[in-house]
Design a protein. Structure first.
Length: 187
């Protein structure tokens, strides 16, 4: 099945969304960046070029750069300059305070996550946590959001993974763990 330009996705973002925010489709960005010499530029140089010459915001400069690098085979899906990242999120029918506490309290956390020795480096109540994972080398960032009085959501990034196989393994792990968390909080 041939994809139409309106269905093309690069870096997880479709043509319609990138055009609405940047004024160009992915095909147009790829052509413009090739013409602008991006094949010989570093990630940082491409992002700066997009910001300076094309007036993209910092976030869109980064996204278009990542999309370009993926499309040109310079970066794999889930790859970042510091390794690979696995993402997961979950919405639960529980107040934000209860969701945060399920992560912050070691005994409560063991009830849904199991006994995984981790270090919470920084925690901002009801907002975020920065965690060193049990391997001592990877990092987990969890952000918490209220979605109403008795509904909340978390978004998780497991960073500095070694490769795509680790991403797949950790996506499965976090999916099961967050399902267990949801079941526990909604019981």
């Amino acid at each position: 099945m041939k994809r139409t330009s309106s269905s093309r996705k690069v870096a997880g973002i479709g043509d319609e969304a990138v055009k609405a925010k940047t004024g160009k489709t992915w095909a147009q960005w790829l052509k413009a960046l090739d013409a602008g010499g991006a094949k010989k530029m570093s990630h940082r140089e491409i992002a700066a070029h997009l910001h300076r010459k094309h007036k993209l915001s910092g976030w869109w400069s980064q996204m278009v750069t990542v999309g370009y690098e993926q499309a040109r085979g310079r970066r794999e899906q889930y790859q970042t300059p510091s390794g690979y990242q696995a993402h997961a999120s979950k919405t639960v029918n529980a107040p934000l305070a209860a969701l945060f506490e399920a992560w912050a309290d070691e005994q409560e956390r063991a009830g849904w996550l199991g006994r995984h020795p981790l270090t919470i480096r920084k925690a901002t109540p009801r907002k975020s946590m920065r965690i060193t994972w049990e391997d001592g080398a990877t990092s987990v960032e969890v952000n918490f959001y209220a979605r109403g009085k008795s509904k909340s959501q978390l978004a998780l990034e497991h960073r500095k993974l070694l490769g795509a196989a680790d991403v797949s393994r950790m996506k499965v792990f976090w999916s099961k763990a967050l399902d267990a968390l949801k079941s526990r909080l909604e019981a």
